[in-house]
Design a binder for this molecule. Structure first.
Ligand code: KG4
Ligand code: ZN
Length: 342
């Protein structure tokens, strides 16, 4: 089958994503978000997310088919996020995928959300090279990966505590910025001075022991202490300066270790994926450091970085291209699904 049409279903957190691809062409990428329903709680409430997926699934699917100009009968294969994520939310997607696969008589691929965050770049920049390093930065995960054939992953390093997105979200809360914190800090930082405050770069004194790992929990504590000290002294705090300095501390560590991983492994392509890859300063600094190091940077446009259905469809299309065996319909949905275990 040349250029099969693949439907991708994403429901691991608070975004109901339906993507449709034909080969490497993106035909539709429809999203329904429940983020506003979670905002007053300051974080995603699993039960609320699951109900929202259930309500959004059918209309989002219809919208995606309309945008792509296809009917369900045109679909050749289905890919669905089977983990990691919130199980109640994932089940809405996997149950839909299984039902559609049976009804349409097409294969279904149960895919890893983290792998999809990396492979989505193929929709923008073409097939991945045989070997690449990936910096995967989302709300729940932060890792440096060695990527083989765009489909097998070895974990070189990861966060020892908070994920990068989690650090953005927690610091935003300290600053009184809305949830999700990453986009709010990104926006506030535009008016700020990134050199105003020298916040700590986690593990920077332990590079020998942790060359590719990250640690962000100390940053959150440092920001909290810094704010308390200023408030106790009655000083005015510039939110843009704090936002820009925190953002710099996070993206400085992420980009310097990603470039070091490429250099140490003799690999000339860096792929950056996950929600935090939408960050404007991360994108700028990664571009600058990759250029200096002579590396090719592949980073999807922001709409493909945060959770979406196209990334799942892209991985499904890749698996089909590689002749992978489809999943048994009894496949499991799991909150824990390491990227190096498929
Ligand atoms: O990949 P993603 O959409 O969902 C997960 O798989 O977790 O990532 C969500 C995370 C959140 O922590 C959010 O604050 C962060 O990505 N994020 C950003 C930006 N946009 C989203 N962080 C920094 N800057 C942004 N522009
Ligand atoms: Zn994600």
């Amino acid at each position: 089958m040349t250029n099969p049409i693949v439907l991708g279903i994403e429901t691991s957190c608070d975004e109901t994503g339906i993507g449709i691809v034909r080969g490497l062409d993106l035909l539709a990428n429809e999203l329904a978000s429940s983020v506003q329903e979670h905002a007053r709680f300051g974080g995603v409430v699993p039960e609320v997310a699951s109900r929202a997926h259930l309500e959004a699934m059918e209309p989002t699917l219809q919208r995606a088919c309309a945008t792509a100009g296809i009917t369900l009968q045109d679909i050749d294969a289905i890919a669905v996020t089977a983990g990691p994520g919130l199980v109640g939310a994932l089940i809405v997607g996997t149950a839909t995928a299984k039902a559609l696969a049976v009804a349409l008589g097409v294969p279904v691929f149960a895919v890893n959300h983290l792998a999809a965050h990396v492979v989505v770049d193929e929709l923008q920049d073409g097939l991945l090279p045989n070997e690449a390093i990936a910096l995967l930065v989302s709300g729940g995960h932060s890792s440096l990966l060695s990527v083989h054939d765009g489909s097998r992953f070895d974990v070189l390093g990861q966060t020892l505590d908070d994920a990068a997105g989690e650090a953005f979200d927690k610091v935003a809360r300290l600053l009184g910025l809305p949830f999700p914190g990453g986009p709010a800090i990104d926006a506030a930082a535009i008016e700020g001075n990134r050199d105003a405050i020298d916040f700590p770069r986690g593990l920077s004194t332990e590079l020998d022991r942790y060359p590719y790992d990250f640690s962000f929990s100390g940053l959150k504590t440092a920001v909290s202490r810094w704010l308390t000290a200023r408030q106790t002294a009655g000083e005015t705090v510039s939110i843009p300066d704090v936002a820009a300095s925190v953002q710099e501390a996070i993206v400085d560590v992420l980009t310097s270790r990603a470039v070091a991983a490429c250099r140490d492994h003799g690999i000339d392509t860096l792929v950056v994926g996950g929600g935090v890859a939408a960050n404007s300063r991360l994108r700028a600094l990664a571009a600058k450091r990759c250029e200096t190091a002579g590396l090719t940077l592949r980073i999807p446009r922001p709409g493909l970085c945060t959770d979406n259905g196209a990334m799942v469809a892209a991985l499904g299309a890749k698996l089909l291209r590689q002749g992978a065996v489809a999943s048994d319909l009894a496949f499991e949905t799991s909150s824990y699904r390491p990227v190096d275990q498929g």
